[in-house]
Design a protein around this ligand. Structure first.
Ligand SMILES: [Cu+2]
Length: 184
């Protein structure tokens, strides 16, 4: 459990208060994030990927997002490792949630932390400087988004530095879909 999780759960508790303590809210608090098992073989298995391979999971509270669209703590990205050696890095991205998600790799300036990008009127963040993305259901690279239960993958060359991995489906960054990767 990293420090991000510690910050998230109080937010979930706050949402509980808003929900008025209904039985639905209690059920959500005890395990609302979906974690579906993905097909180990078949159309949605990734090929063998080069370089350092990082497994990424994209999750959400699906229909339990009663705290409000984009409420912090309703969506998340988790990484098998938050560090990687500079060079070839492959991301194997599994959507374990109920909504469509994606993974976009953005540079993170030294003085910045994840989660603080300004959110536009379209409920998305700027993708300026993007190094690449995995948003192609059962395929590599950019596409229309990763369907629930599917995977996508992308291989990038990353120089030493910090990166912010985000999902830029409207409302999802605000919901908590960002994670830091340190390359060096
Ligand atoms: Cu998302």
């Amino acid at each position: 459990m990293n420090s991000r999780w510690v910050r998230w759960w109080p937010a979930a508790a706050a949402v509980l208060v808003l929900a008025g303590g209904s039985s639905v809210a209690v059920a959500a608090a005890s395990g609302a994030f979906s974690s579906r098992a993905l097909a180990p073989n078949g159309e949605c298995s990734a090929p063998s990927l080069p370089g350092v391979v990082i497994d990424v999971k994209l999750a959400d509270m699906g229909g339990m997002m009663w705290g409000g669209y984009g409420a912090r703590g309703t969506t998340r990205i988790s990484l098998s490792s938050d560090t990687a050696a500079a060079g070839t890095v492959s991301f194997r991205v599994a959507n374990t949630g109920r909504l469509v998600h994606e993974l976009v790799v953005l540079p993170l300036a030294p003085s910045h932390t994840v989660g603080e990008r300004p959110i536009g009127a379209d409920n998305r963040v700027s993708e300026k400087g993007s190094l690449g993305e995995a948003s192609n259901t059962c395929g590599q690279g950019a596409g229309a988004g990763i369907d629930a239960g599917a995977i996508s993958w992308v291989t990038l060359h990353l120089n030493a530095g910090n990166y912010e991995l985000v999902c830029n489906i409207p409302g999802h960054y605000a919901g908590g879909m960002f994670a830091k990767l340190r390359v060096g």
